[in-house]
Design a protein around this ligand. Sequence first.
Ligand code: ZN
Length: 163
Amino acid sequence: MTIDYDAKMPETEDGTIVYNTDPLIVKSHYEIDYIHSYGQDSEFFRALGKKKIMGSKCKKCSYVYATPRGHCMFCGEETEWYQLPNEGKIHTFTTCYFGGQEFLSQTPFNIILVEFPGVDSLFMTRLIGADQEDIKVGMKVRARFRRNLKFNPTDVYFVPMRE
Ligand SMILES: [Zn+2]
């Protein structure tokens, strides 16, 4: 049996970045692997690999959502999958100068809401291939898909469409 009354944790040679002392704000590295299920939205992500964007349509009132949605927000009925067109037009847009850690290195980037013919809600996505000052409401855009799927919403993005 050993008892060391002078035991000490080993010191390290690295420092700590301090942003503020009152309140104390320091930099800490944070990284995790996050394992999660897409549940009923799985088909949306699988379809991106087939160059298809799947929205949903209410079986009762026929409202068409540009996003996966299990039930209609108006009448509560179950929805069915509905393939969106791969072409639409810009309803509105914004430029992001800040983002989460994954996207921070890509700033500034442009986010658009796409209007599709026959679809009642909008689809949020990234627009590339146009400078901010060239983006216009009503501009025609088309979907492109990553070849190397990550099964996340950035597997699809939009580019300007030739008129
Ligand atoms: Zn409905």
